[in-house]
Design a protein around this ligand. Structure first.
Ligand code: GLA
Length: 400
């Protein structure tokens, strides 16, 4: 077994590794030669619904993720057992079983099939999957699962496909196996994010840059609304279609436009009266959100946390009013956070309609924020909201 000893792993990571290797031994007889990999979830600080419009995003990884214990097989048999769901898949490379869209197994089968079809994966694997990212919480558990499975297959298969290619592959899996026409942000963030840094990504060129998160006495705080959302819900694909409608309108007038990212403020102003209000608002969100990401990088680099927080709150307004992907629960959490002394800004994060909010908060304000949210939210919505403070965000890779 290779866990890499302590190697900087936290107590909860060490416990996860032990549970996984123990489960591996139970499933497959022993744990000789087992390797461990992990991929973290992500929270997006700014740049929402911009990735599939060729725009800019600014996510970071979180301190939770998906872990896989794996071992190569001498043949072409593929076995994965999910500890969380107590379910298994067992098939031979090239003979993948049908899976339900959105089930954990569809992501695993998708990654395996993509790598087998490209000729990179030629041998089988025995593996156990677990994690501390709740599926449906809005922190990209599916991207973390895909990235972790890709990493495990690289380990046992003795090949490397690199981070950018992994992100592209995971996006194809979301489209073709889960039926979600998402952008590239989530797997890119999970695979390429670094500890202590946010990731600025241009989703057109895939040029990226790590931006140090020198937040001083401030912290990134995530509040989970407790409202689960399934990304395969039609609302996400509907927003994409509405962006497509807006794009078609602008392209008919401005042939050089390849994506909503190319629409300028001047074009928006010129077209406001000759495009339907709904696609206009969707487009206005994308245009303004891209500007906010660019401004946010400057704020982070200049250490201007207040301005960064204001951009987050403006992003939320735009997502609520122009893109219409917020919810009463998310709006309530954002307002409650912003009314707390020491909170510089807040927004919903991820696709919307549930999931989480993200705030920048002074470290001294967090206990009051968490307490207030815990009691008042339950009274209002009869659900539990949970507050997470990101102290150390994780990096994808082998453990050991
Ligand atoms: C989901 C998708 C991403 C992105 C966000 C919204 O997380 O997977 O590609 O579109 O929603 O910004």
């Amino acid at each position: 077994m290779t866990t890499g000893g302590n190697n900087g792993l936290s107590a909860s990571q060490l416990a996860m590794c032990k549970a996984l290797t123990d489960a591996f031994a139970v499933q497959y007889g022993d744990c000789d030669g087992v390797q461990l990999v992990m991929a973290p979830g992500r929270v997006n600080l700014l740049g929402e619904h911009t990735d599939y419009n060729d725009g800019f995003v600014l996510p970071m990884t979180v301190d939770r993720g998906v872990y896989v214990a794996c071992r190569a097989r001498p043949d072409r048999r593929v076995r994965f057992w999910s500890r969380r769901f107590d379910e298994r898949i067992d098939f031979r490379l090239g003979e993948a079983p049908a899976t339900a869209r959105g089930a954990w197994s569809c992501y695993v089968v998708g990654v395996v099939e993509e790598l087998a079809t490209s000729g990179q994966l030629e041998r089988g694997i025995d593996a156990v999957i677990d994690g501390d990212l709740e599926p449906g919480a809005g922190l990209s558990s599916s991207a973390a699962l895909e990235v972790a499975v890709a990493l495990s297959l690289e380990r046992v298969g003795g090949f490397e496909i690199g981070g950018v290619e992994t992100a592209r592959l995971c996006k194809r899996v979301e489209h073709d196996y889960a039926g979600v026409r998402c952008g590239i942000m989530d797997p890119f963030a999970s695979r390429m994010g670094l500890s202590g840094q946010a990731l600025f990504l241009d989703c057109r060129s895939l040029d990226y840059r790590h931006v140090p998160l020198a937040l001083g006495d401030y912290r990134v705080v995530i509040i989970s609304s407790g409202v689960r959302r399934a990304l395969s819900d039609s609302a996400y694909n509907a927003r994409r279609a509405e962006c497509g409608e807006a794009l078609a309108h602008f392209q008919s007038a401005e042939p050089d436009i390849a994506a909503l990212r190319d629409v300028t403020d001047a074009m928006l102003a010129a077209h406001e009266t000759n495009i339907d209000p709904l696609p206009f608002r969707r487009c206005r969100h994308v245009v303004s959100e891209n500007r906010r990401v660019e401004a946010a990088i400057e704020c982070l680099e200049a250490g201007d946390h207040e301005a960064f927080g204001r951009l987050m709150s403006e992003s939320h307004r735009s997502l609520r009013e122009d893109f219409e992907v917020s919810s009463v629960e998310l709006d309530w959490l954002v307002d409650a956070a912003n009314e707390t002394d020491g909170v510089l800004g807040s927004r919903m994060t991820g696709a919307g309609f549930g999931g989480c909010t993200v705030s920048i908060a002074h470290v001294d304000s967090i206990p009051a924020l968490a307490a207030r949210i815990a009691s008042a939210y339950a009274g209002q919505f009869n659900r539990r909201a949970r507050t997470f403070v990101i102290e150390t965000n994780l990096e994808a890779g082998p453990l050991g």
